[in-house]
Design a binder for this molecule. Structure first.
Ligand SMILES: *Cc1c(COP(=O)(O)O)cnc(C)c1O
Length: 381
């Protein structure tokens, strides 16, 4: 199981120093006050990466926990929630709003582009009576990147809180939580942070905190109640035993990002993503998106006569390499190249592109080009 070359848009490869960190001896996170300091220090590092002074928390649960917790903590019966839908995760957010008694209203847009900000502005002029809006930063199944720098301040002007799923962008795409007025920013350890799966990172603005605290009805549930975190630092108390080894790993992964420098990390993602997109197109394939490309993942259309699933299976059987397709309804249409976090390294992307090239040619894809050569050509420019 562990000898495969795995190249997916999460979970991404984990650097050795992060893996080793998780093997270290641990203290008792419930009673050792040093752990409280360590936890806060780790949260502060995440805050630095996502450009916020808002409190940041690490929840024990994979990214989905954060999405659900935000909706659970904000939604009261009959609250209207605006669900920005230009991708599969974007659309799916509505389920969480409904589960907690809210009324979800879609703003739906073309799945092959970033959200049209002007169209959203017109929509809001006509209807802006929403408690909060859900926005996906990078919608991973198609790799579309939405412009938070425009969307979130606009929603903020209407007094609509913003809940942003940046699970597959944070750490690979710029996110300026404070400047862009993101009320709740959600991240996951296993995507561009390149720590193992299992943790959610969440930042909460003062406005969101006030709304959550002044609810008329109590939050349903405990694990998904974000209010339980508010005083952990002053009270030196955690709502449940923290996943200390996972947090030690995440902390080291943050060090890796900060030591390389956030700017350099973003630059590395951009260079690799741009060269990948150009190479794929010149090679003779089409990108799924027309515009709004995220630098963390590239969705490539696989010709119908081959099919993405067949290509994926062939690559796995023939080359022991796991490169994944997309989610329904795109599972046989899109192959995803997940160049995020530690996957955004030249040696890894080159290996992945080489296998994709071989796999396609094995399956009779007609081209006289070489995907790796094209990638290298564009990487230099
Ligand atoms: C990965 C991801 C999540 C977390 O969900 P899983 O599919 O369970 O890993 C949430 N939102 C986005 C956009 C993601 O890419």
């Amino acid at each position: 199981m562990n000898d495969k070359f795995v190249y997916a848009p999460g979970p991404t490869s984990v650097r050795e120093n992060v893996r080793l960190e998780r093997a270290k001896a641990t203290t008792n996170p419930d009673i050792d006050l040093e752990f409280v300091e360590f936890y806060k220090y780790t949260c502060d590092k995440i805050g630095k990466i996502i450009n916020t002074n808002n409190p940041v928390y690490i929840l024990s649960g994979e990214g989905i926990l954060g999405l659900e917790a935000a909706c659970a903590s904000l939604t009261e019966p009959d609250d209207r929630v605006l669900v920005l839908d230009n991708g599969i995760y974007g659309r799916g957010f509505k389920d969480f709003a409904l589960m907690y008694g809210g009324e979800g209203v879609y703003f739906s847009d073309d799945y092959s582009k970033a959200i049209d900000v002007e169209k959203l502005r017109k929509f809001l002029e006509a209807d802006h009576d929403f408690k909060y809006a859900t926005i996906v930063h990078c919608d991973t199944p198609t790799g579309v990147l939405n412009d938070l720098s425009k969307i979130c301040p606009m929603l903020n002007e209407y007094g609509i809180l913003t809940v942003v799923d940046s699970v597959s962008a944070m750490g690979g795409e710029e996110i300026r939580v404070d400047d862009w007025k993101v009320d709740i920013a959600l991240g996951g350890s296993q995507k561009a942070f390149s720590a193992p799966a299992g943790l959610t990172m969440v930042s909460i603005s003062e406005s969101a905190k006030v709304v959550m605290k002044n609810r008329k009805t109590p939050v349903v549930g405990f694990y998904c109640n974000l209010n339980i975190w508010e005083n952990y630092y002053t009270d030196k108390w955690f709502p449940y035993t923290m996943s200390i080894s996972d947090i030690m790993g995440l902390s080291k992964a943050c060090d890796n990002i900060l030591e390389e420098g956030v700017e350099n990390v973003l630059d590395r993602h951009e260079k690799i993503a741009v060269a990948t997109r150009k190479a794929v197109v010149e090679y003779g394939l089409n990108l799924f998106l027309e515009e709004g490309f995220s630098n963390t993942v590239t969705a490539v259309k696989i010709p119908e006569n081959i099919g993405a699933l067949k290509l994926k299976n062939h690559i796995l059987n023939q080359y022991n390499t796991l490169i994944i397709t997309s989610l329904k309804p795109y599972e046989d249409i899109i192959l995803r190249i997940g160049h995020m976090g530690e996957n955004a390294r030249i040696e890894k992307i080159v290996y992945a592109l080489n296998i994709i090239d071989k796999g396609l040619k094995d399956l009779e894809f007609k081209t006289d080009k070489d995907l790796v050569k094209l990638f290298n050509k564009y990487l230099k420019q």
